[in-house]
Design a protein around this ligand. Structure first.
Ligand code: C2E
Ligand code: MG
Ligand code: MG
Ligand code: MG
Length: 279
């Protein structure tokens, strides 16, 4: 291959490879500076109770406003932040920012709302993670019952350690959701031993519900699985009325998706929520 031929091989393929490596290193350096430069911000997507139409919570989603490249999606930089360990300070920043806003809402006309924050595995397994959550909750003055932490099935591979961390978090009073539920490869037995509160049905199942019988069955099954285990269930990626009707018929607790609203900046989500309250 071109790689085995060594450095003398100089062709288009190699060039593009070097190019992307260079870009990657550059992005990595910029990622390190982005926190200090204040280039990250959070957007918030409302989560609505299906039975009442009430906004009961929001999910905080990170964005990177890069000085020259523009807006960079988390799908692009979270993996890089994970590999470099930068996710730990970035994740702390996100948690602190979300908690600060949640605390402010509790004392405003928006009212107390559940604030869901995504975790990545590097954060979750970092030593003293629960203590850092406790510190942030205390320092921001947020009521811990309003904080929800989203983990994924793949983060819980080290079962006994995960249970320990989850127990510590539960002791603080925060709730735990399993994000992208149904796409990981963990067995169902962990649901029995993991102290979690909520399952979030992955949007890949919700997206095709109109055309795929199997997806409808999977969604309906996750809803009953959750309820039989005394867990709440939230559907992600809801884009249409008919999807929301199917979910309501099957007793899904909450939904989130473009059908309700795309993720919005803090000011716009406040306007969205107060306008909905006034209806
Ligand atoms: P996620 O946690 O599963 O978030 C849901 C993603 O679906 C978000 O993408 C959201 O904007 C998008 N979405 C919401 N409603 C709809 C819909 O109706 N249709 C479609 N097609 N998409 C919808 P986003 O914001 O690009 O985030 C992607 C992923 O990046 C997140 O998936 C999460 O895993 C990760 N992420 C985002 N923010 C953070 C963060 O602060 N920390 C960590 N560790 N990960 C984050
Ligand atoms: Mg999420
Ligand atoms: Mg998800
Ligand atoms: Mg996810």
């Amino acid at each position: 291959s071109a790689k085995e031929n060594g450095k003398n091989t100089y062709n288009f393929y190699d060039l593009s490879m070097n190019d992307s490596l260079f870009e990657r290193v550059q992005l990595e350096n910029e990622l390190r500076k982005a926190l200090d430069r204040g280039e990250f911000f959070l957007v918030y997507q409302p989560q609505v109770e299906l039975a009442t139409g009430k906004v009961v919570g929001v999910e905080a989603l990170i964005r990177w406003q890069h000085s020259s490249k523009g807006l960079i999606s988390p799908a692009e930089f979270i993996p890089l932040a994970e590999e470099t360990g930068m996710i730990v300070p970035i994740g702390e920043w996100a948690l602190r920012t979300a908690c600060t806003l949640a605390r402010r809402w509790s004392h405003s006309e928006v009212g107390p709302l559940r604030m869901s924050v995504n975790l990545s595995s590097r954060q979750f397994v970092s030593p003293h993670f629960a203590e850092s959550v406790e510190r942030i909750v205390r320092e921001t003055g947020m009521s811990p019952e309003l904080l929800d932490l989203e983990i994924t099935e793949s983060m819980t591979m080290d079962v006994s350690r995960s249970i320990e961390t989850l127990r510590q978090l539960k002791t603080l009073g925060v709730s735990i959701s399993i994000d992208d539920f149904g796409t990981g490869y963990s067995s169902l037995s962990y649901l029995k031993s993991f102290p979690v509160d909520r399952l979030k049905i992955d949007q890949s199942f919700v997206r095709q519900m109109h055309s795929e019988t199997k997806d409808r069955s999977i969604v309906a099954t996750i809803i009953s699985l959750a309820h039989n285990l005394n867990l709440q269930v939230v559907a992600e990626g809801v884009e249409t009325l008919s999807q929301s009707e199917f979910l309501a018929q099957h007793g899904c607790d909450e939904m989130q998706g473009y059908y309700i609203s795309k993720p919005l900046k803090a000011y716009d989500i406040e306007t969205f929520i107060t306008a909905r309250l006034a209806r």
